[in-house]
Design a protein around this ligand. Sequence first.
Ligand code: WTA
Length: 647
Amino acid sequence: MSENVYPVPANVASHALIDNDTYLSMYKQSIEDPNAFWAEHGKRIDWMKPFTKVKNSSYDYHNVSIKWFEDGELNVSANCIDRHLESRGDQTAIIWEGDDPSDSENITYKQLHERVCKLANAYKELGVAKGDRVILYMPMIPEAAYAMLACARIGAIHSIVFGGFSPDALADRINGSKAKLVVTADQGLRGGRKVALKTNVNAAFEKVDHDAKILVVKRTGGDVPMTDGRDVWYDDIVGPASADCAPEPMNAEDPLFILYTSGSTGMPKGVVHSTGGYLVYASMTHQYVFDYHDGDVYWCTADVGWVTGHSYIVYGPLANGATTVMFEGVPTYPTPSRFWDVCEKHKVNIFYTAPTAIRSLMGAGKEHVEKADLSSLRILGSVGEPINPEAWKWYYEVVGKKNCPIVDTWWQTETGGIMITPLPGATALKPGSATRPFFGVQPVMLDNEGNEISETECEGILCIADSWPGQMRTVYGDHDRFVSTYFETFKGYYFAGDGARRDADGDYWITGRVDDVINVSGHRMGTAEVESALVAHPKVSEAAVVGYPHDIKGQGIYVYVTLMEGEEETEELRKELRNWVRHEIGPIASPDLIQFAPGLPKTRSGKIMRRILRKIAEDDFAALGDTSTLADPTVVEDLIDNRQNRD
Ligand code: WTA
């Protein structure tokens, strides 16, 4: 193992915020005395009314309750903007890089302040008040960040729906949150192609069950239908609005945002994040995990539709007064050099992306990287799925020239911020390992019965033993679901849904989900969601969906469908089903492989044995395990004969 350990590079160690001894002592304090630790670090943000209480949490599943800094008051937009005006008003807050390489804009903190205040006043004019929900269905343009911060300014709760979701999925979220306003753009622009955002919103509104308004940013100038009395152009209302808007004092525990995410059962749930604890945690992790120094240019390539965009494009970096890059396009447009061209153009120091992007760019060849001057890079980051050692090494050697530590950050929508990660100046790296917990995070390994494994070296289910400030507080409108999803399976712990291995040094290696969630190109997808979309098709009688290893996406979506009596198994129908799922959920849920299966392997009580389906999808059916409990063992042979994923 020793040849696979990469010590902290000397150039990073000499300037890093945290070295190994500091990490160890701070970590120890954070666990032994969380109240003292977080009382101190809670002060990293500005409070309108200082907190006197710090941690107040219970994981007892009869009474799960999580509160941090509960009597403090603050405003997130004031923390991300106003408090920087005096010292860095003219510094760039956001570097926006458009889809077209000739299109970019630098937005200073002063400009950000003005634009957010104007939009906040426009929201008020549209009837949005403190506590109301606002849905954002936006392309990656600066207005997406303004829209988030303007909600925070007036105490409205935003819920971003990724622009790749379908009108149906959007309608569910508008209805689920009873949103008063949807903010969108006429069209998005990605890789030279237009994304029909407003048209999708119009379609969604056919299913919206309450009154709501639509605020539309003009991005492409495309011709989109507007409805009088409901739809408003952004410039028409924001242009004349006053630039004076005092930030609303919010309680630390008031919700900042809702973000829908997939789980192993049922439809996506609305993860609720708090104002105070979330911001403390997002800003602190951003600073230490990326070894962020004043003046650094920082780029996270995520979309604001995912939690990574919330915490590490907008809230964490801006709370720290950073310069954050926001990229509208895709890694391969106009060429596979795009990421590296942007790094050169804006002299990016810290670069944070997903393994799926690394793998696809690795496939395009290193000449695309070598063309660019990447000498500004100091820290590289990875998030969203396990990074395979081959991609890790390519990232480290070809992109980072062996000078830049890679922080492989494990976390989730639910955790609000990074949980397990190397710190650049403190942690020796191992390709594929997220290594050690961040301050305040207590990972534990459990066996299937829920007993804590005491041996250092082990494999098990990853849980977290106690609360941290960035933790989600509830599922929107359904606290019971919050409790049953995260605290009931393994009582007394937060159940993350991932499996892990802990090596002899105590470093963690995330092995992937242990539930029916799959991770496709770093996007989280519930197999149950895809199944329920499929069985809604008139020709489908039953469907089972599993993940299988995919070279670029990490996992692909493998679908088994049983057709209604008399329906024919044709290529055309495969296509139709693929389009159907894209239409029901969105392009990110599009099945990669579809197998027609006259029968599915079921137990005598009728439960589908997914273990077998997973093995067949992986093209690894030599050891299927015990199939004798199946109601009809012969279906397995047919499934193997007709498998779609063959080497
Ligand atoms: C997976 C994204 C391995 C994991 C921030 C988790 C990872 C799910 C890593 C959450 C990593 C995220 N190594 N697996 N560094 N980061 N994951 O909610 O399965 O979109 O449970 O949050 O992604 O996905 P989510």
